[in-house]
Design a protein around this ligand. Structure first.
Ligand SMILES: Cc1ncc(COP(=O)(O)O)c(C=O)c1O
Length: 390
């Protein structure tokens, strides 16, 4: 039976020590960074508590349970057959992305992204001097007759232009952060075919995938075609979907034997830098927490619907994305007086922290991202504080 998750009160949340609750002054309502306010799953609490009781807090070594747990999850949720032995462990998706690029490429190699997109893609590649090039998603007109409810679609011509110009890598957020967009099988197949014909390696960041809404079907990139299987390295983690970001663990794998082999040199070092408590909590998340995940999805969907209603009632000049995955809302403030960086204005004037749209790349100005994995009360307060500023 699925039951909704109950968010702790604001004063309880403020006792958390994570960045969401440490970053801002106490009068600010924090709705930026992708952490959920819900209580985590009991089986994870139990497993981690048992470890602490045993003083089992050493380094992480071989951990085949994690490959097995993820393969089981992928088979149950997406009917995707993954070889448990192909799965490698890393500190987090960021570290894995950086180390994969460093291992397969060289500074100066261009990396394509599709903005507006998760800002860390820009930071990670900058850190290692791999220049980013953009193939922005096409924004559809608001009154567009299209049945695409995300308001954006992939620009294949732009992607091909960058691939043809010599880009070596394509980093995609699948599903897409900040739009909560599930790519269609056709779109994924088209992107994979282009990557194959220009020899581009795809890094498919599937960290938000488990939080796909009821009635929607998430498609793992590597599963859509032979081209995709050959070109793709999949990166994921339980950190978004079970709220374990501070546990520091992620996985990556490819079904292309040649690429798998090329990544072998980084395997031991990168695993050593992940955490044992992270690996244990990830095993439990993937293997034993489907019902908690179902509750989280239902809770998130309800919260998203509540936000849509609040916005329709109190922010008539603002439009919101219609996510079908995860708990992020991409907000278009361009019809308000808030200027290029609404988040900066709203932090100052409403004492509500949103993520600024600007670091999300082209198309990010006049936008902000709101994390709605919180209580109805907190959302209502945030909407009420912002309304007079619009
Ligand atoms: C698309 C995407 N990838 C990666 C991450 C961060 O993952 P990690 O903490 O494992 O680096 C996030 C966090 O919000 C994200 O939204």
């Amino acid at each position: 039976m699925v039951s909704k998750l109950t968010t702790p009160s604001l004063s309880e949340l403020r006792q958390r020590k994570s960045t969401k609750w440490r970053e801002y002054d106490l009068d600010v309502l924090p709705l930026p960074v992708a952490e959920m306010d819900y209580p985590i799953a009991e089986p994870i609490i139990d497993a981690v508590s048992e470890m602490m009781k045993r003083s089992d807090t050493g380094y992480l070594g071989k951990f085949p349970e994690l490959g097995q747990a993820f393969a089981g999850f992928a088979a149950r949720r997406w009917k995707w057959k993954v070889e448990p032995e192909s799965i490698r462990i890393a500190t987090d998706v960021g570290v894995a992305t950086i180390e994969i690029l460093r291992t397969l490429g060289a500074p100066g190699d261009r990396v394509v992204v599709m903005p507006p997109v998760y800002p860390a893609f820009y930071n990670w590649t900058k850190e290692i001097n791999f220049p980013i090039v953009e193939a922005p998603l096409t924004k559809l007109a608001r009154d567009s007759k299209s049945d695409n409810h995300y308001g954006y679609r992939v620009d294949l011509a732009a992607l091909e232009r960058e691939f043809a110009a010599g880009a070596k890598f394509f980093v995609i957020s699948n599903p897409h952060n900040p739009l909560g967009m599930i790519f269609s099988v056709d779109e994924l197949q088209d992107m994979a075919a282009l990557a194959k014909s220009y020899g581009v390696i795809i890094l498919s960041d599937e960290i938000h995938a488990p939080l796909t809404y009821r009635g929607e079907v998430f498609t793992p990139f590597a599963s859509v075609s032979d081209d995709a299987r050959n070109q793709t390295i999949t990166l994921t983690s339980a950190s978004k979907s079970w709220n374990l970001a501070g546990m520091k663990c992620s996985i990556f794998f490819t079904e292309n034997p040649e690429l798998h082999e090329k990544l072998e040199p980084l395997v031991k070092g990168i695993r050593h830098r992940a955490s044992l408590v992270g690996a244990v909590s990830h095993v439990v998340a993937f293997a034993e927490c489907d019902s908690w995940l179902d509750s989280a999805i239902e809770t998130i969907e309800n919260s998203g619907e509540h936000l849509q209603k609040l916005v329709a009632a109190h922010w008539p000049q603002v439009s919101l994305s219609q996510p079908r995955n995860s708990y992020l809302s991409w907000i278009d403030f361009s019809k308000t007086q808030l200027g290029e960086d609404p988040a900066a204005q709203l932090l100052e004037r409403a004492r509500v922290a949103l993520s600024s749209g600007i670091p999300f790349g082209s198309g990010g100005a006049h936008h902000a991202r709101l994390n709605f994995a919180t209580s109805a009360e907190i959302l209502e307060e945030a909407v009420a504080r912002i309304a007079p500023c619009l």
